[in-house]
Design a protein around this ligand. Structure first.
Ligand code: ADP
Ligand code: MG
Length: 745
């Protein structure tokens, strides 16, 4: 990294200016240069002032219409009033001073007919909007002569993300002080020359000039494109390097074995595998046979049959003499998985009971809340290799759990399988287990490319035949007739031998469901990533549905007479949760009122109906996950999204989107359209130092794709980036700053 860029702003700009810039997080020369303008004011094109909202911090481009200075009789002192206009509306600028003479500077600059940028907080004075002591920049005034003034006046004026303490024009002035003396040698370019030439991109210094001191809009565009590509290249090269690094680790190859557990399993399977399940199975099988660790992301919509795919991979590894671990995000899911796996395997899971000649293995559950006897046995089975398949939560990766020969780790229903977990796996021994990560929240291609660029991905797009679709409706909560019809309908379902979920955002009183899940591993990127647009609803309205209260209310309804109603939430102990799930599954409590604990993976085929209360509080992908819990048998599912969202609101629009399609991939794309670009990566992209600054994953998908290809080619020919030291530096800085961001992938 260049010395000049690393220099502290204190040295260059002095203590006073640098102190105020530090409030924006700008400490070094590079920080300041990378603080790009948010938009540009175009001289001559006046900002529409009709839309100024009281209390807002604004920057407007306007023309001075008149300026008057007068003594204030009442308070003493002097006051300058300037009226500025965008041609239609007017705005008053007000300055106070002890004496009129002190206002002369302003009076001199704010002459009628001059154009300027004015920054301040919109106030109100006798029904008139005003800015008190605004900061301003008069176009043309800084120029040495008329010609330069004309040029100056025709340039786009950068408008910076500013705070009330540092106005945009002061940032602009500081940037120029820093930028003007720089030469190419001071600004090493992370983009290698051959790529810059290939894509006809300006150098970094040229691009910085282009965004901060543009000649015209085209100059801005060209420069921004270059800076976006740079961001994409840094990100993609980091991911490509990680991918290459993984390739450099050794894994035990687990080639397919004929006549083993997998073959037997396939012949016993009560249904035919879908074409997708077969294709993905082949991909995984090829990965497993290689001497480098697999790291594959399997995306499959809810109900697409990922479990079978995972189980087949596990059996292949057991056939090859290794063990497989299946990790679920919660203990409820872990024990459910263990049951599912046992059911699917049938006699093949009776490894401990049959003679040695039989093909069979042992399935062991290992969770934190198990009794010590069972736990000790489970540990022993894992360590001796007696258990071919060990099911548990992420705690399985902790060092205290020993495996005889762990060959495959399957991480279910979770985006998040961070660097930390991967390192944990790596640290386990000389060889790294193969890893399959499964997620049921379809990730739009562009996002996948950004966040999971170092994983190979497989898609399961079709659903097994014979599965009825779930129909989804949005129901206004205020319509009491519909609400009682809902409960009536639930009763009918139960009477027909089926089950229903009622989902609430809270547990009890004002205890939010967010606190419900104590397992820290359950932080899902999908919520952070795909659901951040769900701003909390702040208008006053009835208290949110809470599990305990709703369950009590339902119990008192005549329509529910004689029906036992169960509850489920994250505050229950693991045993209580298991018991609640079991009595729901066996029908003794055919209605289960729950928080989103049931969001992922829970599989009760008789569940036909789901009622989501206060549905606007859930994100699009979360609702899609939730409704995946019903319609899992032959019975078509019904999902009712009960909401207070007013007509025309974006909340209602999102709910309607969920109701309009049951295809998770289509929905993920729709969701992306409905939200602002900046929300896609959540906090990672929305601002601050630790973020992508210009790059937007949807709009700039082409840039991302290009950068990814370039990055992979670059790492292929020069794995250590010896020929691109500035790029290596940029990645280092990026990784340092963005640890959090990558941790979450
Ligand atoms: P998900 O992808 O949501 O995890 P599951 O793996 O739980 O889905 O599968 C959903 C249901 O579909 C399970 O009951 C499973 O046994 C069944 N299933 C899986 N594959 C097929 C198939 N090829 N044909 C019919 N049913 C299948
Ligand atoms: Mg599943």
């Amino acid at each position: 990294m260049s010395d000049v860029l690393e220099e502290s702003l204190v040295k260059v700009l002095g203590a006073r200016t640098s102190n105020s810039l530090a409030k924006l997080g700008l400490v070094t020369v590079e920080d300041l240069l990378r603080h790009y303008p948010r938009r540009y004011g175009t001289p001559g094109e006046l900002t529409d002032m009709g839309a100024l909202a009281l209390g807002e911090h604004v920057t407007v481009m306007a023309e001075v219409r008149s300026t008057t200075v007068r003594q204030m009789r009442s308070r003493g002192g002097a006051m300058l009033e300037a009226i500025v206009t965008d041609g239609r509306d007017t705005l008053q600028l007000t300055f106070f001073a002890k004496r009129a003479g002190m206002l002369r500077g302003h009076e001199d600059k704010l002459r009628a007919g001059r154009m300027g940028l004015f920054t301040g907080t919109v106030g109100d004075y006798r029904g008139r909007r005003q800015l008190v002591h605004p900061d301003y920049l008069i176009v043309g005034l800084d120029a040495a002569d008329a010609e330069e003034a004309t040029v100056e006046a025709s340039r786009p004026i950068p408008i910076y993300p500013a705070g009330a303490s540092v106005p945009t024009w002061r940032i602009g002035r500081s940037v120029r002080t820093v930028l003007d003396p720089l030469t190419e040698a001071d600004v090493p370019d992370p983009i290698p020359q051959h790529l810059r030439e290939l894509h006809h991109l300006p150098t970094l210094l040229e691009a910085l000039r282009g965004v901060h001191v543009p000649n015209d809009q085209e100059h801005v565009n060209r420069s921004q494109r270059r800076l976006k590509y740079e961001e994409a290249l840094v990100l993609q090269t980091a991911l490509a390097r990680r991918r290459a690094d993984r390739e450099s680790h050794a894994a035990v190859p687990r080639p397919a074995v004929t006549g083993g557990l997998l073959d037997t399993f396939d012949t016993r399977l009560p249904f035919t595998l879908t074409a997708g399940q077969i294709a993905v199975g082949r991909e995984i099988s090829a990965d497993l046979a290689r001497p480098t660790p697999m790291l594959r992301l399997l995306q499959g919509d809810v109900g697409s049959g990922k479990t079978v795919v995972a189980l087949r991979a596990m059996l292949a590894v057991v056939d090859a003499g290794g063990q497989a671990a299946l990790l679920a995000p919660t203990e409820v899911l872990a024990s459910q998985h263990e049951r599912t796996v046992r059911d699917l395997l049938g006699p093949l899971a009776q490894g401990e009971m049959l003679g040695e000649a039989q093909v069979a293995t042992r399935v062991t559950l290992l969770t934190g809340s198990q009794g010590s006897v069972r736990k000790r046995q489970a540990h022993a089975d894992a360590a001796s290799g007696a258990a071919g398949i060990v099911v548990g939560t992420h705690a399985l990766l902790s060092e205290t759990v020993q495996f005889a020969d762990l060959g495959l780790v399957v991480v279910d229903e979770q985006h998040r399988f961070g660097v930390e977990q991967r390192d944990q796996l790596r640290a386990r021994g000389k060889s790294v287990p193969h890893t399959l990560v499964m997620t049921a929240t379809p990730i739009p291609r562009t996002v996948a490319m950004t966040v999971f660029g170092d994983l190979e991905t497989s898609l399961l797009t079709e659903r097994p035949a014979g599965r009825a679709d779930t129909v989804t409706h949005v129901v206004p909560a205020a319509n009491s007739a519909w609400m009682s019809r809902i409960w009536q309908r639930m009763r009918e379902e139960v009477d027909a031998g089926r089950r229903a979920y009622v989902v609430c955002p809270r547990i009890e009183g004002d205890l939010p469901e967010d606190d419900a899940e104590p397992d820290p591993e359950v932080g899902d990127v999908d919520t952070a990533m795909l659901d951040v647009a769900d701003a909390p609803v702040t208008t006053a309205r009835p208290a949110l549905g809470a599990v305990v209260d709703v369950a009590n209310r339902l119990r008192s309804l005549p329509a529910m007479a004689g029906i036992d109603i169960g509850i489920m939430h994250g505050r229950l102990t693991a045993d209580q949760k298991d018991a609640a799930m079991a009595s729901f599954a066996d029908g003794s409590t055919p209605i289960l009122v729950s928080t989103t604990v049931i969001e992922v993976g829970v599989d009760v085929p008789q569940a036909s109906t789901m009622v989501v209360l206060d549905a606007e509080h859930f994100g699009v992908s979360q609702l899609h996950q939730l409704r995946g819990r019903v319609g899992r048998g032959a019975q078509p599912g019904l999902c009712l999204l009960v909401s207070h969202a007013p007509p025309g609101s974006s909340s209602l629009e999102r709910l309607s989107a969920v109701a309009s399609t049951s295809d998770g991939f289509v929905l993920a794309e729709k969701d992306l359209e409905l939200r602002r670009e900046g929300d896609v990566l959540g906090a990672a992209q929305s601002g601050g130092r630790n973020s992508l600054r210009l790059l937007r994953v949807v709009r700039d998908s082409q840039i991302l794709a290009t950068a990814r290809d370039d990055a992979r080619a670059l790492i292929d020919t020069d794995p250590t980036l010896e020929t691109a030291p500035a790029l290596a530096d940029a990645i280092g800085a990026w990784l340092g700053e963005r640890e959090d961001y990558l941790e979450r992938t």
